[in-house]
Unconditional design. Structure first.
Length: 214
């Protein structure tokens, strides 16, 4: 799914299905093991599955396997010259990575295609966004538009943090999805174009910042 949303310079890898407590594939590097030493089985499985996708994406870029640690906000810390993003939700995990010479930053997110819990949309969307979502939900109920907006904001945040060192502040980020599988994000005075896909009970969103414009 994720490869359909990103430009050719971005390498992707994904896997689907239940996460076993011991994910098959490459073992974690010792430094990665340290990150999840005290984590529970579920968190460890998620982390291991995400790093397996990261190994595959790095290999697709022609790069050797290397530790992908976690930064102060839990963001993946990539080898020098590489940017990327990792996401996981129940039954799905994915990674997107690129050389910084080609793409300045990437944000991806995956969510279940189901409505947000009651009351959550008011905390993540402004009035204009909620009105936008309500109009789309009335005309096209085939996708959970509130969850789509939430996912797109997560993707933009994952792109923004590595570039700036902080998440978009209150009122700095607004997202407006379109039925054509795109969304427009307004973040701290900049505008970004992203893409989304709903398939198999999942919503996946992705956004990139081209290297030449950063």
């Amino acid at each position: 799914m994720i490869a359909d949303l990103l430009p050719p310079a971005v390498a992707t890898a994904e896997s689907a299905g239940p996460e076993p407590e011991r994910e098959p594939g490459p073992r974690l590097f010792p430094a990665e093991e340290a990150v999840v030493r005290t984590a529970g089985p579920r968190r460890r499985a998620e982390f291991t599955a995400g790093r397996a996708c990261a190994r595959a994406a790095l290999a697709a870029l022609g790069l050797p396997a290397a530790p992908v640690l976690a930064g102060p906000a839990g963001e993946p810390r990539w080898p020098a010259g590489v940017t990327g993003s990792i996401t996981h939700c129940a039954g799905y995990r994915a990674c997107a990575a690129a050389r910084i010479a080609d793409v300045a930053a990437i944000g991806i997110d995956a969510e279940p295609d189901a409505g947000l819990p009651a009351g959550l949309i008011e905390s993540v969307a402004g009035q204009a966004e909620r009105a936008w979502i309500a109009r789309h939900a009335a005309s096209d109920p085939a996708v959970s538009w509130d969850r789509l907006l939430f996912s797109a904001k997560e993707a933009v945040g994952k792109l923004w943090y590595p570039l700036t060192g902080h998440w978009p502040g209150a009122g700095q980020l607004a997202v407006f999805p379109a039925a054509a599988g795109t969304f427009e994000a307004h973040v701290a005075g900049s505008r970004l174009a992203g893409r989304w896909l709903a398939r198999g009970g999942l919503i996946v969103t992705a956004v990139t910042w081209p290297a030449e414009t950063w």
